[in-house]
Design a protein around this ligand. Structure first.
Ligand code: SAM
Length: 289
């Protein structure tokens, strides 16, 4: 008979302790039905550190001097990083056809645009924004800064490398691929003209100290990130976005996400191509209770 190593199993108590520790760190909430996921993905860490079981692993996460690195490592295992270039075309059209022209009119004197792609995974989103701005050809004399950030160090490294396989191009028109990428042995490399507009950082959306260093943004893209948070975490993140945006700035969420029951502080703007959220100077609303 073949011998199978018995899998490590979290007890109910260990599950709750570890689940709460992860939740408090990054807002990702694992409900009772996802216990098997933590069993499987964190079981490998218990084995990796030669620990006796999850109880000891929890102590490791709480008190070991390597705990920060371990928590960073498990973020790589627990986040969902699906993304591709030119995702959500309607919204991107709203960005190029209406939002950017409006911001450029409003900021004629200052001539700066600051855009944040929060939860950017492997970088396709911030690089898409950069390609679109370059295609518009209206940036001469403007200082454009695009910040891409993610909690997972693995995807941040990938984004910095800027080399992609075919899967990332499933929604990309050929002319973009031709203009902005060169083919190499390991895939398609993003060109320097695009890369120079983008800075990639590792950042946890719940790390208030790091967020405070970002400075004010004109547009925040945070698409397909808050779906993984519970209501309380969503509210916390949306409030941080509100504080990070300039008056008149835009918040662009994924197409299945909305601020309903989360915040009344933004105005819903009906643009020709999409509906988007705007921080108006006059709104007196706050985070919904
Ligand atoms: C599904 S991807 C979305 C990528 C891109 N925004 C898009 O729409 O294609 C979600 C990303 O959010 C990141 N994420 C999850 N929780 C986070 C947190 N607390 N702080 C920063 N990033 C987080 C994950 O690591 C993951 O790469």
């Amino acid at each position: 008979m073949p011998y199978f190593e018995p899998e490590l199993q979290l007890t109910e108590e260990e599950f709750r302790l570890i689940r709460d520790l992860i939740y408090n760190h990054c807002g990702l909430f694992f409900d009772d039905d996802s216990k098997y996921l933590l069993d499987r993905r964190l079981g490998q860490r218990v084995t990796h550190h030669n620990l006796s079981g999850f109880r000891e692993y929890y102590q490791f996460l709480k008190y070991d001097r390597r705990r920060d690195q371990e928590i960073a490592d498990i973020m790589d295992l627990l986040t969902t990083n699906e993304t591709y270039f030119f995702r959500e075309a309607f919204q991107l059209r709203a960005f190029t056809d209406e939002i950017v022209p409006e911001l450029m009119r409003l900021k004629q004197r200052e001539r700066t645009l600051r855009i944040w792609s929060a939860g950017c995974s492997t970088g396709e989103e911030p690089y898409t924004i950069a390609m679109l701005l370059l295609e518009m050809g209206c940036l001469h004399g403007w200082r454009v800064e695009i910040v891409g950030s993610d909690i997972s160090q693995r995807v941040v490294q990938h984004a910095r490398k800027g080399v992609y396989t075919k899967a990332s191009f499933r929604a990309t028109e050929e002319r973009y691929q031709k203009r902005f990428f060169s083919e190499t042995d390991d895939g398609y490399r993003i060109c320097d003209e695009v890369r120079e507009l983008v800075t990639i950082s590792q950042m946890n959306l719940f790390d208030a100290n790091r967020l405070a260093l970002l400075g004010k943004m004109d547009v925040i893209f945070c698409r397909n990130v808050i779906i993984y948070f519970d209501q309380a975490s969503k509210k916390r993140v949306i409030e941080s976005f509100y504080n990070t945006l300039r008056g008149g700035g835009y918040l662009l969420l994924g197409h299945s996400e909305s601020l309903m029951n989360l915040s009344t502080a933004f105005a819903l703007r009906h643009l020709k191509n999409d509906m988007v959220y705007q921080k108006t100077d006059t709104t007196g609303g706050g985070v919904a209770t």
